[in-house]
Design a protein around this ligand. Sequence first.
Ligand code: GLY
Length: 568
Amino acid sequence: MAKITPKKLSGLLLLSLTSLCLLACSQKELPTQATAPVTVNQAAVAMPDSYSADVARDILQKGGNAVDAAIAAQFVLAVTLPEAGNIGGGGFMLVYKDQKTDFIDYREQAPLSAHRDMYLDENGEVIPYQSVIGILSSGVPGTVAGMWLAHEKHGSLPWKELLQPAVTLAEEGFEVHPKLASSIERHIARLEKRGFELNFKDYFESAKANQVFKQAELAETLKRIRDQGRDGFYKGETAKIISDFMRKEKGLVTEKDLLSYEAKTRQPLKAKWREYQLLTSPPPSSGGVAIIQWLKMYDLLTRDQQKLAHNSAAYLHLLSEIGKRVFADRAEYLGDPDFIDVPVTNLIADDYLTMRSQSVMRDKISETELIKPGLKESEETTHFSVMDKWGNAVSNTTTINLGYGSSVVVEGAGFLLNDEMDDFSSKPGVANVFGAVGGKANEIQPKKRMLSSMTPSMVLQDGKVVLVTGSPGGTTIISSVYLSILNALEFSMDATDIVNQPRFHHQLLPKDVIRYHDGLAPEVISELEKMGYIMSNRRFGDMHVVLNKDGKLSAASEANGRGKSIVF
Ligand code: GLY
């Protein structure tokens, strides 16, 4: 059933580039001046759909904390947001609780039988799209282990109570949003047009706008997770269904892969920026290093001049020049820190970034070929943000990579498998589906986690969370996140403007291309074109933020999506 017959592989780039990315360490004190517990007396959720928003609110109103709400929302999204919500994928959860920080890395990892050249043909060329669609594109899922670890460390309500809303929505069904129905229709049409015979259609074609859609197999899988915790996925019946299906379809994930998967606790990345504390994602995310580099270089390059106007040509050019340098470093140095030494401290050091920003020209694009990694020595996904009444916060991004992941459903278990293997570098210098290149640092190795751009982040001031932010969108996540921080703190926007202002993204390659949203002024676009930029109007991201301004919370979900935010 789940076979690939690629009649026309060359067209697959058009396949849903809108994958949703939703999002470790012993608990460490933040070096801030916080003293007494911070109570904001309000709570807020900013979620990618109404079901997850309502459930997260209910959990908080029952007395659950931000992590409880995040866990319940994550499982709901596995039911109601199949393009990115998942139990077959992975993600990152950034936690600020009781004034301590934590980071749960539940990123997928390469199966034990994976190897460096697994996507190359006998001539050493990348086999088109094998790492992005179909069963071979899946890494070992991490989501259930991640939620279990988050619950063990921070949960306050019983696990079963957090799982039940998802079980009910899968078993009794939910009303399909028209945007979801048309996204599913388009995805089925694209798969058919390209000649891929996968079982996605069998599972999802009955999801019609404004009608109730039930998922019986998924409900049974969620019940096993509800009743047995992480063992309900990585052991026993679910593990057997997954590994039998993999054997039948010639996939790589085995019982042993599932048994040995572990979510990891990592130290969140922290950096001082202006009077704020940035709290963000460490490797295997590339996003935390990238946003710190971006924001610090922005300040280095603007501190002696008049503030640049928001979304002016000069603003876009400057941030694109910085982006070139950020992405050159990403390609060379970033990967799974359990396999390679990632020089994080050097990459975000003020001296290094001062040197790095010196070659930026205000009126001219730097030659792409001349932008090398700088150290002397080395789309679809989904995001949500939560803050509870005690001031605890969760920023969570989770993904199965592209929209609907590999487009393969585990038959008998009812959930979509990720296509996260494409986030590895299949061959040095060859771009993945997001146009990102990589080399040795991100080559495939058994049990290694593929490099990610997911960047769940927070900004703190004096021990209080002032912004919880994140987005889906592959490599564009990084731009969505740093721009949201600038929108909030450089331009003092409210939550609605932070998420809805037109954004832009430049990542070194493709050469001189700036991707942007509708809404940029036409004269800005033509000025940038005159400079030599190729302006590509293609929307990206789906931001969900919570903003805390002097103890008053606001929250917003991007108007373009089907998100919902509630402050109560
Ligand atoms: N799958 C997109 C990312 O993790 O960056």
